[in-house]
Ligand binder design. Sequence first.
Ligand SMILES: [Zn+2]
Ligand SMILES: [Zn+2]
Ligand SMILES: [Zn+2]
Length: 346
Amino acid sequence: MFDLNEHSHRRLNPLTGEWVIVSPHRTKRPWQGQTEQPNQTVLPEYDPECYLCPGNKRAGDKHNPKYSGVFVFDNDFAALQPNVPEGSLRVGDLFVAERERGVSRVVCFSPNHSVTLSRMNVSDIRSVVDEWAHQYIELGEKPFIDHVQIFENRGEMMGASNPHPHCQIWASENEPNEPVKELRSQREYHEKNGGCLLCDYLRLEQANAERVVCENEYFCALVPFWAIYPFEVMIIGNSHRGSLDQFGDEERTAFADILRRVTTRYDNLFLAPFPYSMGFHQKPTDGNEHEYAHFHAHFYPPLLRSATVRKFLVGFEILGSPQRDITPEMAATKLRELSETHYLDS
Ligand SMILES: [Zn+2]
Ligand SMILES: [Zn+2]
Ligand SMILES: [Zn+2]
């Protein structure tokens, strides 16, 4: 009899319409709890060489102010720029290019070089949440911006060149690929079923709870049924909200709380700073309602079974479909067992 815990199968990601292959028979062995020495490296609170620390020099002749809370600036090496001349290229259907305008910013979470979301207190993370909401509004209000992408690359493995706690915001003229797929699916689901894809999905997950990692009154963190990365996590709100600025006061604090708890569990998994790309999908800022869009956060961490063994998307995975061995249910169980006190603080 077909068993998701035994037999190779594929799972549909209803947000993207794409499939992931799951091979549970390859991980018959119980979890090999790697006995590693905890990574005790603690960075200095101030690094004179860091271009994100307060008062320090950045590219050109710019200097950071001696900031004491959250600090935002336009990226000195912006991938997207607001002033690009009108233009396009089209040769039949085969060579197609269009102007893409945008704004790139950097958000420093804290003046303290040594902290991470996992080791900040909830009220300090709450200040970051408020800044994210503010940035979403401010950038989204620009007439040429239809999408505001907030994301954090953490760890050298993810290409983050600087450990100072920060994220980036790329606000773009057009909706990027992933949101295009997810918005289309959410819209089609709404047209077909009347409800919201992620509201309905979250209710199913909460009824069963085998993929739920942790929850608070307003948010649920889970390993999605269709996860590609071993310890991929989504944070979904219990209430239907299209964007961060729609969160009430308690909801914003609850979001800060769940971010701290998820990132702490991540660090506790291999007793080391856990690398990831994390970001939010919010409704477009093109002036339309998009009432079917449900705010959520994605965490895509590359680590497989230790602080050094990472997953690469290669071979069949880039030519065909992504594949995983450890099931999302196993990963959720593992993450659920972990403490919410950071290993460096316990
Ligand atoms: Zn720094
Ligand atoms: Zn919803
Ligand atoms: Zn998404």
